[in-house]
Design a protein around this ligand. Structure first.
Ligand SMILES: [Zn+2]
Length: 257
């Protein structure tokens, strides 16, 4: 039986028959691959540990007709603590769902794996606000997948972005539109919002989760990034709808604004 050696993160798992689990593993070399973890439904099963969501392992896999089968493994990082905080778990789940939907079976995607790993490490070490980490992951992923939004010029007239009031992000057009072309005196984006979005797209991946923003900019980036991501994905995200429910509950909590 042919064998391969890969590193990968479990981005989806489901029961398979009485005893096994079917995993979707995101690897740098081969994109998403389907792996069967024999006996993993039982806690005591030999392959139960590496079959957990988020778990990042190095695997030796046997290639079967339909699946790969775990032969040997070494856990590199379990990311177990991500489950301890509902906000962290919610936004980490948004990141996994997006990674699943933007990756292609069998196609190399080292950049995506690095972006996801740095994000999960930042969440685990509490180096980042989970909401901001998920926004960053979304925009960077969409941008790196070939849909980089235009943030330097007006998409209609070509005028360079000048930090004036009244610039808007038009997701259906793919970026910024200037106040003249918008023909409205609605206030539009703060310069810090455009700067934050540029940072998310351009910063080296090691640093991309390490920045902070004001509450106003935190509120302003939400709509452009989400609409732009969902539009380019072509369908709504389940985990994102759940994250929004959690955010709305938090907004309604008295004394938490
Ligand atoms: Zn214009």
């Amino acid at each position: 039986m042919a064998q391969i050696k890969v590193r990968g993160i479990v981005i989806e798992q489901s029961p398979m028959g009485e005893k096994d689990k079917r995993l979707l593993v995101l690897t740098p070399e081969m994109g998403k691959i389907t792996v069967l973890a024999k006996g993993a439904k039982s806690q005591a099963g030999r392959f139960a540990a590496p079959a957990q969501m988020f778990c990042y392992s190095s695997f030796v896999l046997d290639k079967g007709r339909t699946f790969y089968y775990i032969k040997e493994y070494e856990i590199l990082e379990s990311f177990y603590s991500l489950r301890a905080d509902i906000d962290v778990l919610t936004y980490a789940s948004v990141m996994l769902e997006l990674a699943r939907d933007f990756s292609i079976d069998g196609e190399e995607n080292e950049g995506l794996v690095r972006l996801l790993l740095y994000g999960l490490y930042a969440l685990e070490k509490k180096e980042t606000d989970p909401y901001l980490a998920a926004q960053t992951f979304m925009l960077r992923l969409v941008s790196d997948s070939g849909f980089r939004p235009e943030l330097d010029h007006c998409l209609r007239c070509g005028r360079p972005y000048d930090q004036a009031d009244g610039w808007h992000f038009r997701e259906e057009e793919g970026g910024l539109v200037c106040p003249v072309c918008m023909g409205t005196d609605l206030r539009g984006l703060r310069p810090g919002t455009v700067a934050a979005m540029k940072y998310m797209i351009e910063a080296p991946v090691q640093k991309v989760y390490k920045f902070t923003i004001t509450d106003e900019i935190r509120r302003q980036i939400k709509q452009p990034i989400r609409s732009y991501t969902v539009m380019n994905l072509g369908r709504p995200l389940k985990s994102l709808a759940f994250a929004e429910t959690v955010e709305n509950l938090e907004l309604k909590t008295p004394g938490n604004d």
